[in-house]
Design a protein around this ligand. Sequence first.
Ligand SMILES: [Zn+2]
Length: 356
Amino acid sequence: MKRKKTKLKVKNILILIIVIVLIIKGCSLIFNKDETKKVNKKDTTTYSKESLNKMNELNIKNKVDTKKYSKTLDTAIYSDEFNIDFVTYYENIKYVDNDNFIIYINNLAKDGLAINEIDEILSSYSSYSNFEIGNAKRYSAFKNKNPELKKQDIVTRVNLNLDKPYYTDTKRIEKQDDIYALVNKYNYVDMSYVPKNLVPLFNNSNIKMVKVAADAYEEFVKAAKEDGITFIGTTAYRDAGWQKSLYDSYVSKDGKAKADTYSARPGYSEHQLGYSVDLNDPNYSEKRVSRDDYEWIKKNAYKYGFIIRYPENSENITGYQEEDWHIRYVGKDVAKEIHDKKITFDEYYDLYIKEH
Ligand SMILES: [Zn+2]
């Protein structure tokens, strides 16, 4: 018995020693990590000899405090865009990892913005992939008006012109037959534009869509039928003349401001692209589609390449009230992304299609 107890004691002591060794080792690991951090920090908080020489060459050594390290200045002196007039800006603006960083500073400085304003704009927005320097001032103005919005949304919405009234600064769409063409209250197609390859829809030959969209529509409608839902397209491609008479009639009925909330001006209707269709459920008489139909559309449309173009709670992005009946063809991949990300096509376009 006694021997067993001693054995146990020895075992406990051994375990204790192992634990202590492990603790010491762990501490030293953390400690060493701190050391490396310190060394790295030291490396980046002073100018290298090379940088100091460069400053000499550029004749700015007497203009800057070489003891106070600025990564922005250290980057600027090696940039082709270096501008001696803006040395104080470089010295005082927080560094942002972006290839165009120095160009951005020059641009905003030339625009007359103060150092702190530039610092704020660039550190807040310039890391977003859709950042546009030309819109930089508008980002901060829009943020002031909409403090609740996330910074990424500020960038996207300003890029979409949503800080301006509808139908101002409108742009003609260049690639009008593109499957991703964005038509909205700021982007229009020519009055004379007619898409190629328009074909009648399989269950309503009075209306047409671009062939690829008409084929997808057929798949979509047949899949709904299997789940007991009947859809018939009531409007698909609409030419600008037709849109004009529609819009004019709404204006004379409700006035321009009201009509603009639910109808597009001629040239600004997505229906002119031939990729959109308005659905109708003939078994449902109150509206075009029932709420159950809409739930099915929300869950399934993307599988056939369609998106809900004007979803609920998005009027301030799409410019239109919710339209549960209007779907737009964009192809299966993009439709799935828009569905999964739960964003509007307008946002998707600015974030992933448009080049910035
Ligand atoms: Zn529609």
